[in-house]
Design a protein around this ligand. Structure first.
Ligand SMILES: Cc1cc2nc3c(=O)[nH]c(=O)nc-3n(C[C@H](O)[C@H](O)[C@H](O)COP(=O)(O)OP(=O)(O)OC[C@H]3O[C@@H](n4cnc5c(N)ncnc54)[C@H](O)[C@@H]3O)c2cc1C
Length: 462
């Protein structure tokens, strides 16, 4: 970026809200992929008008702008691959309204997911989307990636809770989408288009969210299985019995062993797989559903099913689940983490095919995730520093995607596409889908200044 242009951007902000000090830039160029690109300037807007002014300059002088939440994304979507300006949304972090009459909330995008959940729960309300990163991720990042979590099996993902948005378009205009009503069918659903668009179609500056009454109680159980197949088949058996638990999480043997090594939580390391199951609602219903699930687990071959006796035990089980990502990095220095999703009934077939792939390719593949909605986090364990090995690992990942699509699945259930999965997206949406995506991007962002190079592979981008 030209120094004069950089100064023009800095002039939009008061001192302290714009920086190009090297040590500051270093911390805004990475995300959870471990990839990194150091931006030229980082700004911390407090208003949509400031963002609009930055984007107008970007169109005039042709520099790229990358919105950023907490940088916890798994696909490189927040990495400023073309350098330029990073818009850190973390200082737009106010909860503006919690409307208890209409069960909605209005928030700025930089609010941390867990902070918001805690606030609404104190008021007897409930915001279900619960990515495992909830203590660090922002609501703006969640909306932009369409984040999900364990509770998606019963309550859906972030997309299902967004009623409307305030968005600064790449060309600088500020628009409002959606409505604060429960229903609205006015024109194209621009809100849904923005959700999951990974900061490529606009910068989200306000989010109106739907809330639910907080369930009276939740019950949690850990079911231990001697084979992966019996655990995988139990997932379908529970749903077939017409029970939708609040969560239905899967961990394979290597995931269990890695977390035990990391946390020393007393996990059954002899297990081939475990399921972490939760029911909720009125106490009598939560208890009755858990009892039925327990019976199904035993019938399907569970070696044992332990029910958490109190809140502390529940919290330990969830700590186990949330620690898998960091814990498995002790197995190998790097992981290629894909969140493929298949129809639930295909989980046993997916597990079998992944075990075969692991054996054939020689790479440890660690699997865990939201089995209740068919979303399995497949981790091909490798060492990025070993170039030859890493290239072979990428071939194995390519095969993971093929297996998933053959089983009627999708490349990403919740992490998005970013740069990591852009090379594979055509496998799923096809050439016409890519063309349409490019045309949509060009309508919103004719000069391709907002988060360029994401979602569609670079050579196919506008
Ligand atoms: C340990 C760990 C566990 C995780 N578990 C889960 C999980 O269970 N489920 C899940 O879905 N994900 C999970 N993730 C991935 C990640 O946390 C989510 O993708 C999250 O939604 C990203 O939020 P963020 O605030 O960090 O966004 P960032 O990573 O900063 O950005 C993500 C994308 O959103 C865009 N963006 C951010 N804010 C805005 C805005 N205001 N306007 C427009 N675009 C914006 C960025 O440009 C980028 O494209 C996990 C990550 C980690 C590290």
């Amino acid at each position: 970026m030209d120094q004069n242009v950089k100064q023009k951007v800095k002039d939009i902000f008061p001192p302290g809200d714009a920086t190009d000090a090297r040590e500051d830039l270093l911390v805004y160029g990475y995300d959870a992929t471990g990839e990194e690109r150091i931006p030229e300037l980082v700004v911390f807007p407090h208003s949509p008008e400031q963002i609009s002014a930055v984007l107008k300059l970007a169109n005039e002088y042709g520099f790229p702008v990358t919105p950023r939440g907490a940088g916890s994304g798994f696909v490189g979507a927040a990495i400023p691959t073309h350098l330029g300006v990073v818009l850190s949304m973390t200082r737009m972090n106010r909860i503006l309204e919690i409307d208890t009459d209409n069960l909605t909330a209005l928030v700025e995008p930089g609010v941390i997911t867990a902070t918001f959940q805690q606030k609404v729960e104190e008021m007897g309300l409930f915001y279900p989307p619960d990515p495992a990163s909830l203590k660090m991720s922002t609501l703006g990042g969640n909306v932009s990636t369409g984040a999900g979590g364990p509770r998606a099996v019963k309550y859906g993902v972030t997309r299902d809770y967004v009623l409307g948005l305030e968005v600064v378009l790449p060309t600088g205009e500020i628009i409002n989408t959606g409505a604060r009503t429960v229903k609205s069918v006015v024109g194209y659903d621009l809100t849904r288009l923005m959700v999951g668009s990974e900061g490529t179609l606009g910068v989200i500056t306000k989010i109106r969210l739907r809330l639910l009454p907080k369930p009276e109680t939740a019950r949690t159980a850990l079911a231990v299985f001697a084979t992966v197949d019996s655990a995988a088949k139990t997932v379908s058996a529970i749903i077939r019995d017409k029970i939708i638990p609040r969560t239905l999480e899967f961990m394979d043997k290597s995931a269990v062993a890695a977390v035990e090594d990391y946390l020393h939580a007393g996990l059954p390391t002899e297990a081939a797989a475990i399921l972490l199951i939760e029911t909720d609602g009125i106490a009598a219903i939560a208890d009755a559903e858990l009892a039925r699930i327990k019976d199904i687990c035993v019938k399907m071959g569970a070696v044992k099913v332990d029910v958490a006796k109190n809140e502390a035990e529940r919290e330990t089980l969830w700590k186990v689940r949330r620690s898998i990502s960091p814990a498995i990095l002790r197995v190998r220095p790097s992981k290629i983490n894909e969140d493929v999703t298949v129809p639930r009934s295909m989980i046993p077939a997916l597990m079998k095919r992944l075990a075969e792939l692991s054996e054939r390719s020689g790479f440890p593949i660690i699997n865990f995730g939201h089995a209740g909605d068919g979303n399995i986090h497949v981790n091909v364990m490798t060492d990025k520093k070993n170039k030859e090995e890493y290239e072979r690992a990428k071939v194995a990942v390519d095969e993971v995607f093929d297996i998933c699509l053959e089983l009627g699945g999708t490349l990403s259930g919740e992490h998005g596409i970013g740069i990591s999965k852009a090379p594979y997206i055509e496998k799923e949406i096809g050439g016409i889908g890519i063309e349409l995506t490019k045309k949509l991007k060009a309508v919103f962002d004719p000069n391709n200044i907002l988060n360029p190079g994401k979602i569609v592979p670079e050579e196919a981008a506008c």
